[in-house]
Design a protein. Structure first.
Length: 374
């Protein structure tokens, strides 16, 4: 994962030394003949990228010096709905507010944009009355990138128009905020293109306003843009921002990891943690270490014999080897303690050692005398 992230970063920086580095044919044959030799980074990562389905993706390059500090574009947008909470306001109110806004800016032609991201699908739509445009983007693009690409496409359509006054409507507050904070150096690369294009259009006499509109409240143009964004068939794959590719690669690697983990159904930890995700850490290190040992089933009591080449400890009641599962859930010797602390004589391991361990787990272990042998 770290290698993929580093590769994407090198490809996003213009003239990076690793950008065009490749292995000479002679050395490639040498590596193929000696499989025990490890390929250089530039060759290893190509295999990883191709298996991730990103071999044909062009990575967007970022120019840190596009806008010097003394010449950062000033961007603002209109929000006539700022005084109304969407969750407690009827859609008809928003429709009336929008009608009032359009009356105020009737001299500006309206353009609606939207981006959509579903499972395995990313698209953007533009309503440029009377025409509609929609494009399907690469699946690695984020919804923010889709929203920004839609705005950029709208500017391209505006540039070819004879009209000079336009108002672009979008339901993506994050896209508008990204355009507002061009000086933070953390904004998406696509926002950089929009600001540059805006400046070029302004020199040609265009006056373009931006306005935020709430989604799914019956505003016709916004609803149409949403529909075409979700049903785009025209494939267009502009360069993808580095951060989008990092997130896509992370999800892909986690998916592969989960597939491999699903095959480990006999693993002790798999019974407790079937899904690969981050679990919270207990602040007290001693307690956290003991909990981890219980989860993986390796404790001093149950595995010390491996270090000293002794026989495994055996439960005298059940005539079976001691395991963490046997002590916590199976052995009848501790049934009364289980009922006292867990309200059950046969609790499930996931209930005791899951993401949120049973609050009386360590009280039970102390009561049966096992706590100090973990």
């Amino acid at each position: 994962m770290l290698s993929a992230h580093y590769y994407f970063r090198t490809q996003s920086v213009a003239n990076h030394p690793l950008q065009h580095l490749s292995l000479p044919i002679g050395l490639r044959r040498l590596y193929l003949a000696r499989s025990f030799n490890i390929l250089p980074f530039c060759e290893r990562i190509k295999t990883v990228i191709s298996h991730s389905g990103l071999g044909d993706v062009t990575i967007k390059q970022k120019d840190l010096f596009t806008f010097p500090p003394w010449d950062v574009p000033c961007f603002s947008y209109i929000n006539p709905f700022s005084s109304f909470d969407k969750s407690s306001t009827a859609p008809v109110i928003f429709q009336q507010l929008f009608a009032s806004h359009r009356h105020q800016f009737s001299s500006f032609d309206s353009v609606f944009t939207d981006g959509s991201k579903l499972e395995g699908y990313v698209g953007c739509g533009i309503i440029f009355p009377p025409d509609t445009y929609s494009y399907r983007l690469h699946a690695s693009c984020s919804v923010l990138t889709a929203e920004l690409v839609a705005i950029f496409c709208a500017l391209q359509k505006i540039a070819a128009s004879q009209q000079r006054l336009f108002c672009i409507y979008t339901d993506s507050m994050s896209a508008l905020e990204a355009l507002c904070h061009a000086d933070k150096r953390m904004y998406p690369v696509t926002a950089e293109d929009i600001l540059c294009y805006m400046r070029e259009l302004q020199t040609q006499g265009f006056k373009i306003l931006f306005c935020w509109v709430p989604s799914h409240v019956g505003i016709v143009g916004s609803e149409q843009a949403d529909s075409v964004a979700k049903a785009a068939s025209n494939v267009w794959q502009p360069p993808v921002p580095c951060n989008d590719l990092k997130m896509f690669a992370t999800r892909h690697i986690h998916s592969l990891w989960q597939e491999l983990w699903d095959l480990e159904f006999r693993n002790k930890l798999h019974l407790i943690k079937p899904r690969i995700n981050m679990w919270s850490i207990i602040p007290t290190r001693v307690t956290d270490v003991k909990l981890t040992r219980l989860r993986i089933g390796h404790t001093r009591f149950t595995h010390k014999h491996l270090l000293f080449r002794d026989s495994a400890p055996e439960c005298r009641t059940c005539r079976t080897n001691f395991t963490v599962a046997h002590i916590l859930t199976e052995c009848p010797t501790f049934n009364s303690h289980r009922v006292t602390y867990f309200n059950s004589s046969s609790p499930h391991m996931k209930e005791l050692l899951g993401e949120f361990p049973h609050p009386h787990l360590f009280d039970f272990l102390k009561a049966i005398g096992f706590y100090h042998f973990i």
